[in-house]
Design a protein around this ligand. Structure first.
Ligand code: SF4
Length: 189
């Protein structure tokens, strides 16, 4: 999967090279935003200067799944949109990770109706759940950092015996206090 497939397993430098690959990979996550509702506004704010997702190398939002490795599902998903979400997930290059952002993406939220998917994890594997309605940008950044930690630990998304992707299912703490970053600027006299 990815560049690892080209590495000889008995190479003495393989371990160190793997670390470099992990570092490069976690420092250049390219998100594919699947923003369908209000959570998408918080997702946009995360990339703005106040929160500056670029500090984590993840600001390059790609609107082509073939150029992405991190799917961020932000907002409720209608039944009619579900095939689109699944197709986008399938088209994202391996290795890939998924963040479910907000109550609607993870559970359907308050939209307990036949027309709303009651959790995207019923149809695609979710690695990190970011709670909230909506989650603040700081919480989404925590979600991105959780993905970075996974990549750093060399945890290429596992697959089951049937070849299907096994979701990592990491849930962030809902009570995690957001820290405003960066701190406010003071203009000197
Ligand atoms: S979780 Fe809340 S903010 Fe996010 S899409 Fe649903 S209703 Fe909107």
């Amino acid at each position: 999967m990815g560049i690892e497939a080209a590495l000889p397993t008995d190479w003495v430098l393989t371990t160190q090279l793997q670390r470099v690959i992990n570092w490069a990979r976690r420092s250049s996550l390219w998100p594919m935003p699947f923003a369908t509702a209000c959570c998408g506004i918080e997702l946009m704010a995360t990339a703005c200067s106040r929160y500056d997702l670029a500090r984590f190398g993840a600001e390059v939002m790609r609107f082509s799944p073939r150029q992405s490795d991190l799917l961020i599902v932000a907002g409720r998903i209608g039944i009619k949109m579900l095939p689109v979400l699944q197709r986008i997930y399938e088209q994202i290059t391996e290795p890939k990770w998924v963040i479910s952002m907000g109550a609607c993406a993870s559970t359907g939220g308050v939209f307990d109706t036949y027309a709303t998917v009651q959790g995207c994890d019923q149809f695609i594997p979710v690695d990190v759940y970011v709670p909230g309605c909506p989650p603040r940008p700081e919480q989404l950044i925590e979600g991105v950092m959780a993905i970075q930690r996974i990549v750093d630990q060399d945890r290429i998304p596992p697959r089951g015996p049937d070849g299907k992707r096994v979701p990592l299912g990491i849930a962030l703490q809902p009570g995690a206090a957001g820290v405003v970053r960066p701190v406010g600027l003071t203009v000197g006299a």
